[in-house]
Design a protein around this ligand. Structure first.
Ligand code: AMP
Ligand code: GLY
Length: 425
């Protein structure tokens, strides 16, 4: 079959690499893709906000399956658009409709869903611009640190964690009265702070059954020792040592099953991934957030551990056969280290020539923000540039391999964290 994959990051390069290995694949297109995805299919320059051109491309190229990497097209209603059009309604879409995408697109919607379905999460209340006083009262009833979240999508920047009550009150006012995060902050969710270690769990679901994928841990801050600004993600590892059988049983029982049951009972139209951001609080899992896609850079650690044919897995999703499917998982450890542009996540420069790519032997290099020229030279083209993933029989060995490979890769101003996975050794 012909497949179109949407997106252009390390997640999409990893998915393209995996889909290209499927025996069911005829041709893979990636839109817009990057220098890495071009090695596994044809990059096409489609505007992901223009649904009409996407639909025309799907028809022209006889695409049978559309895999949506990032959340934005789903939140914008791409699924609904294609399903409501006679000519495209039968195309299989790994993704969900606009309603379901609110699980990621609106934190208030997600919290309401969790509350309704008795899924453990931090205590919270939501406030709009007419409820600033009530918001302040609620803040006063909590203990520091204070967690404020813009309701809508804010490019991963909409969550503030503040140690001081006055600061929290002033940020609440900035968000509700002075549009700090634009329309995304028209509603603010204030929630209780959860103290623990984070973990990313992933399922593939048709809204009735689900398949649990390997879990991962993501390293979000820019600095060594989890310091400094939040980023899109600086590295990941899988499996996660503290996510043992007992903990993952709690995750399935308390969180995943009620989540899928909620999707079903509320009539969600859902054929895709759910990424559940969890906090392990003294051995008990709480949901921090839902995403309607795979995580990045978790995908770079998780997908290489899946040995099953990914298009066969997607077929099972669409044929209602998920429960019978036995996902083959490699028991080895993966470690992914992200190389970023100097200055990221603040201002940074692009267009730096990357050297050393051909010297890498013991790791996989997934491209994020890259671009190649006619001579096959590769240049940086974003904040996150490369994801270096290695696999080995122990976490320690996987980490070591990734850092040995990274030492061979160079471009002006490159930066990476030197401590990915080491807190778990
Ligand atoms: P989110 O965008 O909801 O994933 O939040 C971004 C990050 O903020 C999370 O990955 C956590 O590290 C942190 N965070 C969010 N909510 C809480 C909470 N209730 N308690 C502690 N940390 C949180
Ligand atoms: N790694 C976190 C995310 O993809 O949102």
């Amino acid at each position: 079959m012909n497949v179109l994959l949407l997106g252009s990051g390390g997640r999409e390069h990893t998915l393209a690499w995996k889909i290209a290995q499927s025996k069911l694949l005829s041709h893979l297109f990636i839109a817009p893709g990057n220098a890495g995805t071009a090695n596994h299919g044809t990059n096409v320059d489609l505007d992901l906000t223009n649904f009409e051109t996407i639909a025309r491309f799907l028809l022209d190229m006889k695409i049978e399956m559309l895999v949506v990497g990032p959340e934005q097209p789903l939140v914008d209603g791409l699924y609904d658009y294609l399903k409501s059009n006679k000519s495209t309604e039968n195309i299989r879409i790994v993704g969900m409709n606009r309603y379901g995408a609110q699980l990621e697109g609106s934190k208030d919607f997600a919290k309401t869903f969790m509350q309704k379905n008795q899924i453990p999460t931090a205590k919270y209340q939501s406030f709009d611009q007419h409820q600033v006083e009530q918001g302040i009262e609620f803040l006063k009833s909590l203990n520091a640190p204070y967690v404020l979240k813009a309701d809508g999508l804010a490019a991963g920047k909409g969550v503030l964690i503040l140690n001081n009550l006055d600061e929290a009150i002033s940020e609440l006012q900035n968000m509700l009265l002075h549009s700090k995060f634009g329309a995304a902050g028209n509603i603010v969710v204030i929630e209780e702070f959860l103290q623990g270690i984070e973990l990313s769990a992933f399922i593939l679901t048709d809204g009735k059954d689900y398949l649990l994928l390997p879990e991962a841990k993501d390293y979000k801050r820019i600095g060594v020792g989890d310091t400094g600004l939040n980023t899109g993600g600086m590295g990941s590892i899988s499996p996660v040592p503290f996510a043992d059988k007992a903990f993952m049983e709690k995750v399935e029982h308390r969180i995943i099953k009620p989540t899928v049951k909620g999707l079903q009972s509320e009539g969600f139209e859902y054929t895709g991934f759910v990424f559940i951001g969890l906090m392990n609080v003294n051995g008990n899992p709480y949901v921090i957030e839902y995403n309607v896609r795979l995580g990045d850079p978790e995908t770079e650690s998780v997908i290489p551990r899946i040995e099953s044919d990914l298009l066969e897995v997607f077929n099972a999703l669409f044929n209602g056969k998920l429960t019978n499917l036995k996902l083959e998982i490699n028991p080895n450890y993966t470690c992914t280290v992200i190389m970023v542009s100097g200055g990221y996540p603040e201002k940074y420069e692009k267009g730096k020539l990357i050297s050393g790519l051909r010297l890498i032997e013991n790791s996989m290099v997934f491209h994020a923000g890259t671009l190649s020229d006619d001579d096959d030279q590769v240049f940086s083209n974003g904040g996150r540039v490369l994801a270096i993933t290695s696999m080995d029989t122990s976490l320690e060995k996987a980490i070591e391999k990734s850092y040995k490979s990274i030492a061979k890769l160079k471009y002006e101003g490159h930066y990476f964290r030197t401590d990915i996975g080491k807190d778990l050794l």
